[in-house]
Unconditional design. Structure first.
Length: 182
């Protein structure tokens, strides 16, 4: 088995810095006549490349979704440890598995962006577990029950915008399976 990448680039010059990478899991086999053939076993997902780089969140979500696809779409007898290692090696040549440090950094950027967005609009999420439905703040209250910052530093909200534990855990499990340390 191997990973086949199909790359689609924007034709629009303004968006030419964005490319879409679609990953397919392909199996080589021989037909009844002994001729080599390939068949697509599963569509693993896609990644967006922006300015020649794959954003951390794109890679993290790709690997998480890919693991779900492998569980659902590929028979366990085909996905041996050796095949899984080859798969991860093929994927990492294009988009490496994000490290825990990269995920933490992405989470920090995500929190900062949302905090700035909410403060600028005087809104907050109603219930983080139910999505991001904004609610108007009452007069005199502050987002996340904290006073407004006295300096130009960006506040660090306590709300878990990206469930880092789940993302890191699932990527850690995938890395352990890939490297054989788990």
């Amino acid at each position: 088995m191997y990973v086949k990448w199909v790359v689609r680039r924007h034709k629009n010059e303004e968006l030419a810095n964005i490319a879409f990478y679609d990953a397919y899991l392909v199996q080589s086999y021989k037909n009844e006549l002994g001729e080599p053939r390939q068949r697509t076993l599963a569509y693993l997902g896609n990644l967006r490349q922006i300015d020649g780089m794959f954003p951390i969140i794109e890679r993290a979500l790709f690997y998480i979704r890919m693991e779900d696809v492998l569980i659902r779409a590929v028979p366990p007898e085909l996905m041996t440890d050796d095949e899984r290692n080859k798969l991860y090696l093929g994927l990492s040549t294009v988009a490496p598995l994000p490290t825990e440090e990269e995920i933490r950094h992405a989470e920090l950027l995500n929190r900062n962006w949302h905090s700035t967005y909410w403060r600028a609009r005087a809104i907050k999420p109603a219930d983080l577990s139910a999505g991001f439905a904004p609610v108007q703040l009452e007069e005199g209250t502050h987002l996340f029950n904290e006073p407004p910052p006295d300096d130009s530093s960006t506040p660090q909200p306590e709300a878990p915008l990206l469930d880092r534990i789940i993302v890191i855990g699932r990527l850690s499990d995938a890395t352990k399976r890939h490297t054989g340390t788990g």
